[in-house]
Design a protein around this ligand. Structure first.
Ligand code: GAL
Length: 953
């Protein structure tokens, strides 16, 4: 006799569910009554799926000792259990469709009364917008059914069970189910009812499913609207004078919808029992001449991959957070979103329609963990799972089909290949022939309408662009998009400008989507933000979950600033002749009439006048040479112009004056730094005095400069490796970070060979090298002075067999923290490295030492400023020849390197300053390619100088 007959058989059933209604279009509102069931629910978490029977679902069950949880939410983020982060490994044994006996199970209970004015007639539907990973539902003790498909809607008909008061809604949620095998996305595993729960009144004659077909003919300027509806009714669009029966097409002149010009027309679908507001955008998506075109124009995606994330609420996002994402995207010139790797909360798509973003809507499907067994038993190639896959495809397409912003369907992510995917593609093509289908795993493009890749190096992208990559006949006729590129983990991504140049050069390249939008750090009292492993997970992938352009609190990281600059829709660069700029409209659809232009000059970084610049109303792709206002008298200084394109009026996503694009050019170059020589070094006991500086006679190291104590000035080649320096372990290309450490660049020894004085200089000869290695850097420090200013010239000659580039090459020293806070400099404003430098705006800047730190969730090299002419801090002015990279921190690079979380770093009594002649590039190797060869810092003979003096006024 079997003692274990699981009442939870559905958990391991590959079928999508039982008892739910067929999927249908989602709409934000209607005149039918509805009741939100969000709020506080009772919760009981059990360790296994069958620890408790289903008595809790019966009215009257005593929940006195149950906890409470907020719905939408994840119970593991509300004090019950813990989140788990894995990239692609399943955090349970792979034996589909079985799941572990340890299967955290949350019984959720909610009592509710109907509002007094809830209509008697009609039916009602209970809708769940998202439950991870599997739910079984009862209303008033009657079981409604069960479902899987975490980020998809599921509805039950419940009218016959509702009571005016005292309704009991019971939902049993299992963390693991057969569905988990289809949801192996690289993110936290977060069980719970994490999207809205709503009761919807369905009046007699109410709207069922409907499909808004709103196309645009760019030749005639006419839009054609046809709303197919299961329940017949009328469609009105007052602004267009449209009043037609459902199913009947009507053609009228319209303004089209594009992400740049998101024109929506308000309409109504009215059936006998319900009025549903429509927001209609007319646009036609087509694959033509091997390109994805909208309204006849090829698109260039300047996109991001967006997971839903909130540092406290996980994937339970409120409307304000979603809106913040959209506003931040628009303000950084992003024009497209791939909803990696599942359909987002439906309100997000309403926002994309409204503000204007192209959307690739991706299905909730990933089976990446099967790669570990060479994709054997992959559910997407096993007919038993096909109904579940088709269910997922249908739930996405039916829910989201009426959004003009959705221009492509994506079958899912990293699920290998198989007939299940083909079945999904076939179904989608049939249901919605007006949108192309995307899936990156389909390398031959058998099922898809676009060739999609992730993380190819620049050279390969160019090969594909030129059609030299081979591939199937079908693939060769399709455009390329990079559904993921530029891995924004930690400091980076590098190389964005170089990708963009390719995208803008070759027609076949239709842009890409940076990976990814936001770091999924979880707010944590001791750690700042937690990442994989911080909850004691037995398998995890560490901080690979923090790889976004935003920090977890949605502060833009320098990577977002860089991206916003690289993809700006107006190019402003030097003109063909002196005194002109070339302005190019790089929008696909919009002209420049929403912008105004401003030109300013700066002398030695000081603003010297701002003027309005008149730019002709250029159409997409057009450019013009525009005369700049005359440059001011340079007074012997260096002169730059800056031209900015600003919003000329308030838009929905930013106010008047918001900078959309800028360009900068040099009119008068920097003069060489004045010599500092002539003073004689004077030896006095154990010190040497040279101009304003006092040195240790034995070591040749400066003790004070202009009365300021200077600690441990010496050559420095180490940087706390970035995530991109570390690289991903699966990469076959050289990964610098591990090599640097292996070579010992973090433990360089400084051998003192000589301290010499002559009539005009103090010269210190050293050799800098790690223990155990032959390779080293012969380093000479030569100090001179004119009595007031002190010049250091550093010469470096590499010796031995160097097989890796250097992290950095420069000097570092310590200043007393107590007197070193305000920093001012003339150079690039924000963080920059050789291949992340596009957004570095030259000017005079000021910041406190704390502000100079970029708070990457896992601490690493950060905060360098590029092209610095001079910096003032701690009572010193330092000019560089040539320009240099500058950083200052309240801890050492070694401490930065050792830290795992922000909270491991506490300011000490010294501010450590790095003045770098060069820096190694950043690249994207935490998932993609490393820096391009031209950003490598190969050891070679180098000489660079710094002049120290007392800051002027
Ligand atoms: C891709 C994957 C993403 C993410 C990324 C690395 O392969 O599609 O989900 O894992 O790599 O962060």
């Amino acid at each position: 006799m079997s003692l274990r007959t699981p009442a939870d058989g559905h958990v391991e059933d590959v079928a999508p569910g039982r008892g739910t209604l067929p999927p249908r279009a989602r709409y934000a509102s209607s005149d039918a009554a509805s009741l939100s069931l969000n709020g506080r629910w009772r919760l009981r978490v059990s360790a296994t799926a069958d620890a408790e029977d289903d008595a809790f679902a019966r009215p009257g069950h005593d929940t006195g000792d149950w906890a409470e949880v907020t719905v939408p939410g994840h119970w593991v983020l509300q004090g019950h259990g813990a989140p788990i982060y894995t990239n692609h490994l399943y955090p349970f044994p792979v034996d589909p469709p079985h799941v572990p006996t340890e299967n955290p199970t949350g019984d959720h209970l909610r009592h509710f009364d109907l509002p007094g004015d809830w209509p008697d007639a009609g039916d009602a539907v209970l809708r769940f917008d998202g439950v991870e990973s599997c739910a079984r539902v009862w209303l008033n003790g009657t079981e409604l059914g069960d479902f899987k498909g975490s980020r998809l809607p599921h509805e039950f008909a419940v009218g016959h069970l509702l009571r005016p008061a005292g309704n009991v809604l019971a939902v049993r949620v299992h963390q693991w189910s057969a569905g988990s095998y289809l949801e192996d996305q690289d993110q936290w595993w977060l069980p719970g009812i994490f999207r809205d729960v709503t009761l919807l009144h369905r009046p007699p004659g109410s709207v069922g499913d409907f499909f808004v077909h709103a196309s645009y003919d760019h030749v005639t300027g006419a839009g054609t609207l046809r709303v197919d509806s299961d329940v017949p009714g009328r469609v009105t669009v007052p602004e267009l004078g449209v009043d037609v029966a459902t199913g009947e097409p009507v053609t009228v002149p319209v303004a089209p919808w594009t992400a740049e010009t998101p024109r929506l027309y308000d309409g109504v679908l009215a059936t006998a029992g319900e009025r549903v507001p429509l927001r209609i955008g007319f646009r036609t998506v087509a694959l033509e001449d091997g390109l994805i075109k909208v309204n006849g124009t090829p698109l260039l995606f300047k996109g991001v991959n967006r997971h839903e994330w909130h540092p406290r609420h996980g994937r339970a996002l409120d409307l304000d957070t979603m809106r913040e994402d959209v506003l931040l995207m628009k303000r950084h010139n992003i024009n497209a979103v791939r909803t990696s790797h599942y359909p987002p909360h439906p309100a997000f798509l309403d926002l994309c329609d409204e503000y204007g973003l192209w959307v690739i809507d991706e299905c909730d499907l990933e089976t990446h963990g099967f790669v570990e067994q060479d994709w054997r038993d992959n559910p997407v190639d096993d007919a038993r799972w096909t109904p579940a896959l088709l269910d997922r495809a249908a739930r996405m397409v039916e829910r989201d089909k009426n959004h003009p912003s959705v221009v492509m369907w994506s079958l899912g992510n990293e699920a290998g290949t198989g007939r299940g995917l083909t079945a999904m593609a076939d179904w989608i093509h049939d249901r919605d022939p007006a949108r192309p289908v995307h899936y990156e795993g389909d390398l031959d493009c058998r099922d898809t309408d676009v060739y999609s890749r992730m993380y190819p190096p620049h050279a390969e992208v160019e090969r594909i662009a030129r059609g030299l990559d081979g591939g199937t006949r079908r693939r060769r006729r399709l455009p390329l998009i990079l559904c993921e590129y530029a891995h924004a983990m930690g400091n980076g991504p590098g190389g964005l400008a170089d990708y963009q140049e390719l995208f803008e050069t070759y027609d076949r390249l239709q842009g890409g989507f940076v990976w990814e939008w936001i770091d999924h750090g979880i707010e944590h009292p001791e750690l700042g933000y937690a990442y994989g492993g911080d909850f004691g997970e037995e398998l995890h992938d560490g901080n690979f979950v923090c790889d976004g352009l935003l920090f977890p609190d949605r502060t833009p990281s320098p990577g977002l600033t860089e991206y916003g600059k690289v993809i700006e829709p107006v190019r402003i660069g030097p003109g063909g002749t002196d005194g002109t700029v070339r302005v190019t409209n790089r929008y696909d659809f919009a002209d420049l009439s929403h912008l105004e232009f401003e030109a300013s000059h700066q002398i030695d970084g000081r603003p010297a006048g701002t003027h309005r610049l008149t730019v002709p109303p250029l159409g997409p792709g057009e450019s013009a040479e525009v005369k700049l206002p005359p440059a001011p008298d340079d007074e012997g200084g260096e002169v730059q112009w800056t031209v900015r394109a600003l919003l000329a009026g308030d838009l929905s996503w930013a106010g008047r004056g918001h900078t959309v694009a800028w360009g900068q050019g040099t009119v008068v170059r920097r003069a060489p730094v004045a010599a500092a020589a002539g003073a004689r070094p004077a030896v006095d006991g154990d010190t040497v005095t040279l101009g304003p500086a006092v040195f240790d006679a034995r070591t040749g190291a400066p003790r004070t400069v202009a009365g300021v104590r200077v600690r441990d000035l010496r050559l420095d080649v180490w940087r706390a490796p970035t995530d991109n320096d570390h690289g991903a372990h699966w990469q076959s290309d050289v990964r610098c970070g591990p090599h640097w450490r292996e070579l010992g660049l973090h433990r360089m020894r400084h051998r003192l060979d000589a301290v010499e004085t002559d009539g005009e200089a103090l010269t210190v000869r050293t050799r800098v090298a790690p223990a155990g290695r032959e390779a080293g850097l012969r380093t000479v420090y030569r100090w001179t002075s004119d009595g007031e200013r002190l010049r250091l010239t550093v010469s470096v000659v590499p010796e031995g067999d160097w097989t890796v580039p250097l992290p950095r090459l420069g000097v570092r020293f310590g200043l007393d923290a107590a007197s070193t806070d305000a920093v001012s400099w003339f150079g690039g404003g924000g963080e920059a490295y050789p291949d992340t430098q596009a957004a570095s705006l030259l000017g005079r800047w000021e910041a406190g030492v704390a502000e100079l730190q970029t708070p990457y969730v896992r601490p690493q090299e950060n905060g360098a400023r590029a092209d610095v002419r001079w910096v003032e801090l701690g009572g010193l002015r330092i000019e560089g020849e040539p320009e240099f990279w500058f950083s200052a921190r309240p801890w050492t690079n070694e401490q930065l390197d050792a830290a795992r979380h922000r909270t491991d770093l506490t300011p000490g009594d010294t501010v450590w300053v790095n003045l770098d002649h060069r820096q190694h590039g950043i690249g994207s190797q935490s998932c993609g390619p490393g820096p391009l060869p031209r950003y490598f810092l190969w050891p070679e003979p180098a000489e660079f100088s710094f002049v120290f003096s007392v800051p002027g006024d």
